[in-house]
Structures are given as C-alpha cells and as structure tokens.
Design a protein around this ligand. Sequence first.
Ligand code: HEM
Length: 455
Amino acid sequence: MSAPAAFPRSVPTLPGAPLLGNAQEVSRDVLAAFSRAFAEHGDLVRLKIGTGTLYLASHPDLAQQVLVEGGATFLKMEQAGRPSQGLGLLGGMGLLTNPDFKHWRSQRRMMQPMFHRARLAAMGDQMTQAAAQMIRRWETLETVDIDAEMLHVTMDIICRTMFSTDISGDAGRAAQASEVALQFLTRLIFSAVKLPVTWPLPGNRRFARAVATIDEIIYGLIDARAGHVGQFGDLLDMLLEARDADTGEPMSRQQVRDEVVTVFSAGHETTAHSLAWTWYLLAQHPEILATVQAELDTVLAGRPPTTADLNLLPYTTQTFQEAMRLYPAAPVIPRRIEGQAELGGYALQGPARVITSVYNIHRHPDFWPDPLHFDPLRFSPENSVGRHRLAYMPFGAGSRMCIGNHLAMMEGVLLLATVGQKYSLELLGSAPVIPKIAITLQPVGGIPMRLVARS
Ligand code: HEM
C-alpha cells in the first residue's frame, strides 16, 4: 500500500447495474464477486448493493487499520446503533455481537480464563474421546460426507468441553436449528432489500422457529444446572457463577443464553469446516498426507494423541494452518462506518459496510508466492520469518479477535491426528468442491469421501 495521500483518492469501483449495482452478482455468489473485485480492482474496492455501499479491503495494512487501530471509526455492525440485521439477531448481547464496548469488555474478561492454555489442556482428552467415538461409528461405513462428520464431532466437543453435556439428544436438534438460522442470516446480510424480520414471511418464520428451538434447548440446559452450579468447572458454570463487580448481581438468564448461543454457533462450525477443507486438500496431495501420517506414526506409534504431543507434531499443525490459509472458515470480517473515514489513503463515505476479506488477504500474491499452491512448509519457522503479521489472520485481529483460537488449533490438530492415524480419506468423484460464504466458508454439497483404513 502506498502512504496516505494528502488529498485522499476515491476508491476504485466495481462496475454494476444501474439501480441494483453489484447486488445480483453478490447475492448469487459472494465469494466469487469478492474474488473478482480483488483480482480486477485491487486492495480496496467499492461495491454498491442496491442503495448501500460496501468497501472491500484485501490487504494486511488495511486489516490493521480497520480491525486493530480503527475501533472508534470501524464499528462492529451492531455497535453502529442500527436495528441488527446480522448475527446479532441470533447472538444478542453475546461476545461476538455485543454492541456495548464496556459490557463486552467485562464479559470478555470474565470468559477469557476458560480459554487459557492451561484450562484447554484439560479438554484434550474429551476431544480425543469424541474423535474415537466417531471412528468407532465409521467401522461399518465405507463412505462419509466429511463435512457433516466434522460438524458432528466438533459440536460434540463443544457440548462436552463447554457445557458438560452430550450431543446425542437435544444438542443435535440445536445444531440443525443453528444451521437454519445461520443460512437465513447470510441471505439477509447480503441481500439488497432488507425486509424486517418481524414480517410474517416464510423465511422469517423459519428463522423464528429455529431461534425458538435453540432457546428452548439452551434454557433447558441452564435450568438443568439449578442446584448443581459449580460442580462442572465448565463455561456454563463460569457464566452462572459470575457476579457483577459493582452490584454483586448474577448475569441475567438472557445474557447467559446469549453467551451460550454465541459459543455454540461460533465454536463448532468454523473448526468443522476448517477440518473438512484440510481433508479435501490432503486427498488431492497424497505426498503431503503421507508426510503427515509418517509424523503421526513416528510420534504416536499407534496410541491416541494427547495435548502433550502437540508440540511434537509440527508438520500436522502446519498442514492445518495452510488449509486455513486457502479456506479460512471466517472468510470475511464485517465492520461499519457511519460518516467519513480514511483508509489506506482513500476517502470512504459512510454509512457503509467495510469488509475485510481474510480470503483475499490469504491469497494475496505480494505475501504468498504461488498463492493457490498447497504447501504446509510455508508455516515452518524459517519460512515464516519476516511475513506481515496480518498476512495470515484466520482468527481475525485486534481486540475482537477470536477468543477460541487456541482451542480451535488444539482441536484441529488432535482431530487430524486421531483420524489420520487410522484412515486415508479419498475423494469420491472428480468434480471440484465449490466453497461458498454462508457466514462461514462452507463446501457446497458437502465433501463425500471414501474411508480407506490404514493397515
Ligand atoms: C477454526 C476455527 C475458528 C475460526 C476460523 C474463528 C474465527 C473467528 C474470527 C475471525 C473472529 C473475529 C470476528 C470479528 O472480529 O468480528 C472470531 C470471534 C469469536 N470467536 Fe472464533 N473462530 C474459530 C473458533 C472458535 C471457537 C472454537 C470458539 C469458542 C469455543 C470461538 C468463539 C468466538 C467468539 C466468542 C468470538 C467473539 C470474540 C469477541 O468479540 O470478543 N471461535 N472467531
């Protein structure tokens, strides 16, 4: 990026239709539209979505300005003080969508200890147990949709580690409902015409039913804790035991619900899709799979992995990191500006959305030579020296960075190790799997794979 100009330039614009602008192209395929905008117009591009403006930022310096330094200008969508039209409709005042800075900060401080490394180490066993249970189920199967399998096992892990419950009953229903809700919200976020969610339209009704299901299950979980709070040492205990420093009051039921929904939805799909994309890439690169498996065989010699093994599995870790470079589960990070703003020497005019494209940054040729090539060794310590700090940012950046990043890394490597020891996964069919943005980066139609047991 060049230095900010004295008279900021206007932002290059993606040509579009007279009234709708780029709305049709974006609503057809957000990822393709954003990739084209970056490839044809560069690091900062202006798009029109109906009457709304969207700025697409695809450079680490811009990410630094928006996400790390821009807190007062580049607001979380919900902070902009508008009726929520995004994830806030599901997560309410939970960490991810909390619009009130002071309140968010005290909630974040309170929840942070749950995600410290020492605490996470104790969760490793629960992760490998969930993975072992999945592998037992696979014994009678020849093929699986690896995306669906990863969604199931990561949901199981969130239920066990955060809420000390089991996926078999209600959590499965909650997972389905959260899928319906997230799909609805993606359509809403990227559509040109936003009709109020309170109108009795079929999509709105489906969303309301999904939220009602999620609420019923989560309030059930909270109520079932009555009389046992403090006995589990999990996130739910932490939320229910917390007391306000000034008033000594416990958290409201609604607030507990919002935090649980947030961790529930933010904490499993992202990790699941990241793993599914890793298996997809490994199936296309048998030589890399063989190197991962050689490392697993040497370090583990057939026993289940533990958190103590994580430092001994650098190549497996780098493989997961490289898969998240090519297919970042959170491909775009949205913010909002209300008035004028300056970004990378350009003048932005609000109200507008400013979207940091993690996907484009991770494929930026200035930072990643031969960007489409899958090569885990990009993440070896020697090859990482001197790289821009935000050229790789799957977990975001700045104060709102992912609280679950260490948990996700640990879970990713433990699951890769548990499965990779026992199976080589092969793609069924030769058609490429298409990624789409549905808040997270999902494989369209799942990823059907053949299970080949290792002898
Ligand atoms: C590969 C897995 C994951 C990816 C790629 C991911 C990505 C992200 C990103 C990019 C953000 C920042 C959003 C923003 O700035 O607006 C975020 C926030 C968040 N993530 Fe994750 N995440 C992952 C796993 C998890 C897990 C396992 C949990 C919890 C168990 C979690 C919980 C959260 C929460 C609560 C926030 C909001 C933080 C705040 O605003 O204080 N995530 N995540």
